[in-house]
Design a protein around this ligand. Sequence first.
Ligand code: KG4
Ligand code: ZN
Length: 335
Amino acid sequence: MIILGIETSCDETSASILENATVLSNIVVSQLVHIDFGGVVPALASKDHEKLINQVVNKSLEVSNYKLSDIDAVAVTQGPGLIGSLMIGLNYAKGLCVGLNIPLIGVNHLMGHIASGFITNDINYPYLCLLVSGGHTQIWKMENSSEYSIISTTVDDAAGEAFDKGARILGLKYPGGPEIEKYASNGEVGTYKFTIPRVKANPLNFSFSGLKTALLYLVQDMSKSELSKNIYNIAASYQETIINTLLNKVCDVYSVNEVKDVLIVGGVSANERFRYKADILKKTRGINIIFPDMEYCTDNAAMIAMAGHLKLKGNFKSDLSISPYSSINAVNNEF
Ligand code: KG4
Ligand code: ZN
């Protein structure tokens, strides 16, 4: 079974070929047009997807040594994401499926992130999944391939957003996560104290918006030279607060749930300090924490193809009339 995966939900144009559960290619083009704007500009994103999609799909076929006519199914991100961007990938996928007379698998982007864990790992049900991306910070409890619930979620900003907004306050580039990580690696953790409020209504939930405000208050009184002297320590302290918040919550949820494994996925899971601190937790608390390989953390089509592969194994029916959606709960998304 050969699946072509396509991902165009935000600012990465990506295509992947998956043979059974093995990734043969995973081509990801991160759009550069947004850098000068400090964030993703939806109209420019769809324009770039349109320009790139055919080349990216052809390159993924070339690397895999397969031809278009060898493809058995197309898995494509259906949502959530930017509607104009999703539309480009979805319409392209539909065209291929009609032309080749093969099934179309609409994939929820978040389920794609969760599936990224399965590409190079064996994960045992029931497990917890911490999903940390630019738009979402959630802990899912996965009972089996079709039953799951969301135990924790953010009441305001996502962890990725805390990195992105924090970077902007510090005058760093977008996306902020890798930038803050770079500066933090030369700084001293704990030089600055940031606190994260507990969410009173549900202590298992996350809240990150106060952190960004605390950062703003700290740096707005600094002169340019004071900020440039201290930026490494500030970045290290800020990053550490986000990481500690995430890992503390994982421990809280783990302690009240009988699970075997804890999977951590999404763009923020590419953070080396986060992976290092999770590894310490693994050793000290005996929690079996699993990360996807680095290349499957940020948006990519291999995870979408993998989710498609898992969906095909279940109770799946192809439907060429599916449309993109921006909300997480729009469709039934079991694997
Ligand atoms: O999963 P993803 O690629 O896209 C979404 O589905 O949102 O996640 C993007 C987010 C951005 O907020 C970005 O700043 C963050 O992941 N990110 C990181 C790192 N790489 C990407 N955050 C911290 N450290 C990183 N190395
Ligand atoms: Zn994503």
